[in-house]
Design a binder for this molecule. Structure first.
Ligand code: PPE
Length: 312
């Protein structure tokens, strides 16, 4: 993880209504969420655009944060407007032209035991510079991935549509297994054995000029980048099937595969389990959508200005 060095110098974090120095943004070791994974979070990017720094799809990320909190009865006491203002101010105070923004709400310090009892809901917003998630080279040439031996939790076991901190031990297991085996990232199958998503990405498949991505009932996070790419693809005349099951074998016979995510943006997948996908590099449809994505987020187009919150 790059970017923290810069923040350690003079960065600030918004914590429960106050702006605190980066090194003072700490919590007690008996915090509930540290023991039980009882937090919900977001990962959002702000881009350095031709019209100044702009946060991409902030409203949708904020909505998802409140929605993620619901099944856990986690009461975020701040209004959306307050969290928006705090986020803009965090980006400004840290002098960031582009940033990765991390809002998190979690059961804090009061007592332990699985029941959160009177633990407060702490709300924190941090931001720092974060480059390409899977490496600069990955955006151009794609990544080699491994189908993980770990399965994703079923949506009957845990709400997989909520972005909960505790869920990410599954992502850690899958991703590190892949990296131990020399791959850059994992693909995780769901309990039924169909393709779910990456540890921190949604996945798309291209075949015969049409686009496929696992449906929301496949134990995936309903990604905001996924939604963005579906919209961009449909606007360019592609048929997008976003409510399908994808079997493992279909990965190998795809013309193209790519990941999407706030952190991962649009990253081509060039190999799965050492089998080359399509042309073995970034496919043409992937390239078209990736270009459309970066033109959009860096505001080289006027399209979808409603998706941007300008920091100025
Ligand atoms: N699935 C998972 C499991 C996931 O964590 C993410 C985002 C997505 C899909 C894509 O969702 P969206 O960002 O709304 O398009 N993962 C975040 C965390 C990455 C991390 O390493 O931390 C992210 O991309 O910010």
């Amino acid at each position: 993880m790059s970017g923290f060095e810069q923040m350690e110098e003079d960065g600030v974090v918004w914590m429960n209504g106050e702006y605190v120095d980066w090194e003072d943004a700490t919590t007690h070791v008996m915090t509930h969420a540290l023991h039980y994974g009882s937090g919900v979070f977001e990962g959002v990017r702000a881009y350095d655009t031709e019209k100044g720094t702009a946060i991409f799809r902030w409203d949708e990320h904020l909505d998802r944060l409140y929605e993620s909190a619901k099944p856990y009865d986690l009461d975020i006491e701040y209004e959306p407007e307050e969290l928006t203002e705090a986020t803009l101010e965090v980006v400004r105070r840290n002098d960031l032209d582009s940033a990765y923004i991390r809002p998190i709400a979690y059961y804090g310090y009061d007592s332990l035991g699985v029941s959160p009892g009177d633990c407060p809901t702490d709300v924190v917003i941090g931001a720092w510079p974060w480059g390409a998630y899977l490496g600069e080279d990955a955006l151009e040439n794609g990544v080699e991935v491994m189908v993980s031996s770990w399965r994703k939790h079923a949506s009957s076991q845990i709400p997989t549509n909520a972005k909960t901190t505790g869920l990410y031990v599954n992502s850690l297991l899958a991703g590190e297994e892949a990296r131990r085996n020399g791959y850059t990232e994992a693909i995780v199958l769901n309990k039924e054995g169909n393709v779910a998503e990456g540890p921190g990405e949604n996945i798309f498949l291209v075949r015969d000029g049409e686009i496929y991505t696992p449906g929301l009932s496949e134990s995936i996070l309903g990604g905001i980048t996924r939604d963005t790419v579906i919209t961009l693809a449909e606007e360019r005349g592609y048929e997008v099937h976003d409510d399908v099951s994808i079997s493992r074998g279909e990965l190998n016979t795809a013309d193209e595969l790519f990941f999407t995510g706030s952190a991962a943006e649009v990253t081509p997948i060039r190999q799965v389990d050492n089998v080359e996908i399509g042309n073995g590099g970034r496919g043409p449809v992937t390239e078209e959508l990736q270009t459309a994505f970066f033109d959009l987020v860096e505001r080289r187009t006027d399209e979808h200005d409603e998706w941007f919150t300008y920091v100025e």
